[in-house]
Design a protein around this ligand. Sequence first.
Ligand code: SF4
Ligand code: FE
Length: 481
Amino acid sequence: MMTPEQYEESLEKLNLSVYMFGKKITALGADPIIRPSRNAVAKTYEMAQHPEHKETMTAISHLSGRRINRFTHIFQSTRDLVLKSKMGRLLGGATGCCFQRCVGMDALNTLSIITHAIDQAKGTPYNQRFLKFLAMVQEQDLVCDGAMTDPKGDRSLAPHQQADPDLYLRVVQERPDGIVVRGAKAHQTGALNSHQIIVMPTATLRAADKAWAVSFALPSDHPGITYIMGRQSCDTRKLEGHPMDVGNLYYGGHEALMVFDDVFIPWERVFMYQEYEFSGPLVEKFTAYHRQSYACKVGVGDVLIGATQTIAEYNGTAKASHVRDKIVEMNQLNESLFCATLACAHEGHAEPSGTWIVDALMANVFKYNIAHYPYVLARLAQDIAGGLVVTLPSEADFRSPETGPLMEKYYRGTAGSSTENRMRILRLIEAMTMGAQAVGYLPESMHGAGSPQAQRIMIARLVNIGQKQGLAKHLCGIREG
Ligand code: SF4
Ligand code: FE
């Protein structure tokens, strides 16, 4: 397994084509906006080195028998799935943000199932190719970026009906040695911190969309790939040189638009091509895994609850009964979320490939709640924090000899607390509920791994409504043929 330092070095060797604020960025590691997101991924390497987190953060490879980072593991039991949920909470708490490495883990597990299923049905060589790729990922302890979400253009049209067919990533040329692809993947979490990209189709496709039914892997710095960094609320505070105003001093996430401009993929890295009938099952498996992964938000919720309790103590309101009650509500909601991510793992099963997967109904219910409860937690945190969370002057004013003493005097809370600490915790709550960190806690909870309506559709599909009707009809004596 790589150390965090080796991970940093490995990223420095990549030659990514990245644009941000209208300029090409080369020194990614030194960029103050990108740096916190790198730190967050590096945490997945650091925690794997801690003996006390060994069981949660690492696993034994079913391929090599060697100890590997859990983010590169193919799940072999319900215990593995449970530990995945626990790892998400652990890292969410340690970073307070998105640590970006889950999409690749979920893509690996999905492809271990789907390549096997396609081969069984069609005699294709996908699974062997995939396992070779997986062995490299495990051996070198790589970060994979799972690239699924196409830009989609007009949502009412299928890929082949779009005015611009590139709005869904597609194969534009088939060659004896591989395929050439064109298109883009949007909202790519952690793209700039990844070694490999794993592309998968984003939707259930039909025969007319065969050219869009494609899955493959390639190095993140492959020629022809361009990254355009997404903005985050308050992102330029990271450039101001006053870390207190950023809230979270160390960690952050990032998303980017990833554009593929006629990129060649050799056959040995192609894991699906034209098997459109497997796109639906692929999406279903991936979303079940990735919806479970939102255990990360339970850990981020732990941070927000801790921040809320702290500001209540600094404000002198911690003993007020309504404040105590609201913090209980925050905990009850957050632990309810944890119950669901653990439940979908405990109710997992083995697929024919031998890979274990979570219970899809429970994973969808969990992610649906993830799209709701963090918003309630954020509202309660803002309620308890008070208006200062949005009216507090800057750190520069606090450091100024003219205004600093005035702020020191007038922003003082309880006698035992310091003004500076009060400002720090308020900035963290601000960042997590409306600033750069809020991206990872709120809209990402809403739309990441699919928007809530996608989960409602899956809940409707997966629930056995007939069985429930049977129970009711039996009890009141309804006999219908
Ligand atoms: Fe992982 Fe959560 Fe970030 Fe998604 S949002 S990549 S599940 S940490
Ligand atoms: Fe996600």
